[in-house]
Design a protein around this ligand. Sequence first.
Ligand SMILES: NC(=O)c1ccc[n+]([C@@H]2O[C@H](COP(=O)([O-])OP(=O)(O)OC[C@H]3O[C@@H](n4cnc5c(N)ncnc54)[C@H](O)[C@@H]3O)[C@@H](O)[C@H]2O)c1
Length: 249
Amino acid sequence: MSRVAIVTGAARGIGAATAFQFASEGAAVAVLDLDESACASVVERIRSSGGTAVAHGCDVADEAQVDAAIDKVAAELGSVDVLVNNAGVLRDNLLHKMSVSDWDIVMNVHLRGAFLCSKAAQRHMVRMRSGKIVNTSSVSALGNWGQANYAAAKAGIQGFTRTLAMELGPFGINVNAVAPGFIVTEMTDATAARVGLSSEEMQARAAEITPLRRVGQPSDIAQVVAFLASDAASFITGQTIYVDGGRRL
Ligand SMILES: NC(=O)c1ccc[n+]([C@@H]2O[C@H](COP(=O)([O-])OP(=O)(O)OC[C@H]3O[C@@H](n4cnc5c(N)ncnc54)[C@H](O)[C@@H]3O)[C@@H](O)[C@H]2O)c1
């Protein structure tokens, strides 16, 4: 029986690439995002290449929606083997200009979202005595100008990952995180627009300060997520793998 992977925030960007990666490895994929219709093209592409995919609209910060979506996936696809907590938002601003709602939404999507999804998924994984959870941190966890909310959330993800690894390890569940550097997605395009640069200018600047002299593509992250979710990584848990071209060395 093929594995079942749930990827949150998978309608586009890194989440979509992760969904494609799992599908290419034969997993049945549940594509979760705020708006179910936004997931259609990802699901269609997986199905048209012979894979299995379902879409569910789900706000990861809403407990009832998360529980319903994850239980539905387990019922329709048969299990929950892999959870990738990828959904994310930015609300960048300097501290003195950051609104309370900018703080709250970033905490809610990244931290509350990863908490709710992991709590719902582990119910199925503990029963099976196996599972893989991959969380999404960021190089911003080490601190980044204008991102007090996001840096705190992404650093929080690392502590959350280590703690879940301790608690769920005895049940055969591995919990790890990836910490992407600059990856070309709509998220980084929006950041470029916000600071008055074209996407290409922003990417060139990021590449210049990256030892590998390039920016990342969503597939750079998807492949590491797939590795962490694979049997090849079965003795790795509680780790955060920086996938950033050496950006923070
Ligand atoms: N792009 C980068 O350079 C970069 C770097 C480090 C970390 N990350 C992290 O990687 C993840 C994916 O980022 P991306 O660049 O693909 O971003 P993106 O903006 O392209 O995609 C994020 C997806 O998450 C979804 N989403 C937002 N809020 C949600 C919610 N409440 N419930 C469900 N889905 C929600 C969005 O609709 C979107 O489809 C995020 O956690 C982000 O913080 C990205």
